[in-house]
Design a protein around this ligand. Structure first.
Ligand code: DX5
Ligand code: ZN
Length: 221
């Protein structure tokens, strides 16, 4: 039996009170903080960077921070996120000139490394780097925005990714990101995912001033 981890995406959190949002979602039972970094170049949106990651650490967040880098080129920001206290650093193969080198940079900095696959990006990018990844992240929407619908074709791709991971015999997490909701998470888990990113499904439960506002949605996951 696999251990399942829930990773709320703070992209849908209230940025004006981010520390409190992260504290509350972790207190409600979330396992990982999913941290979406967008550069208005690789994806058509602009979000947060290493300063905000560092601020969360300084605020006292000790849970793993999963930095999903949607930036191009990626290498220079890898060092910044290592210094800022990220735990996982994942990037898109299209955003790196030398995938093997970028993965190695992440591990050399003491972080766990992962590759992210857009809906149309083939898993063959894993062929020669299986020994250098700690996480495979499948996008179930095109990256750039929260609140999009889960693309059903991702289920077959999850099954293929699960086969590859199991065949490797390595300890690699299989994360899914985009349109994950309480009512499709079981099907997604059956297809092989073990780490679930959920942005709008979690943070749209916001009710101001109730520190337990995320208890029931995290429990339902
Ligand atoms: C999209 C981001 C996701 C996003 C998911 O590019 O990578 O992490 O926040 O949001 P939901 O769960 O609302 O689809
Ligand atoms: Zn993400």
């Amino acid at each position: 039996p696999r251990d399942f981890l829930i990773a709320p995406s703070i992209l849908s959190a209230d940025f004006a009170r981010l520390g409190e949002e992260v504290d509350d979602v972790l207190a409600s039972g979330a396992d990982i903080v999913h941290f979406d970094v967008m550069d208005n170049h690789y994806v058509p949106n602009l979000t947060i960077g290493p300063l905000v990651c560092e601020a969360l650490r300084r605020h006292g967040v000790t849970a793993p921070i999963d930095a999903h880098l949607m930036v191009k080129p990626v290498d220079r920001l890898i060092g910044d996120f290592i210094d800022a206290g990220a735990s996982y650093i994942t990037f898109h193969p299209e955003a790196s000139d030398h995938i093997d080198r970028s993965l190695q940079l992440i591990r050399d900095g003491g972080c766990r490394a992962g590759l992210v696959f857009n809906p149309a990006t083939p898993l063959t990018h894993l062929d020669h780097v299986m020994d250098k990844v700690d996480m495979v992240l499948l996008m179930s929407v095109n990256p750039g925005f929260g609140g999009q619908s889960f693309l059903p074709g991702t289920l077959d791709k999850l099954r293929e990714a699960r086969r590859r991971i199991d065949a490797s015999g390595r300890d690699i997490r299989l994360e899914i990101d985009g349109g994950v909701k309480v009512d499709n998470v079981t099907e997604i888990a059956r297809a092989g995912a073990d780490t679930f990113v959920a942005g709008s499904a979690v943070f749209n439960q916001r009710r101001e001033d109730d520190p337990h506002r995320y208890d029931s949605v995290i429990r339902d996951f």
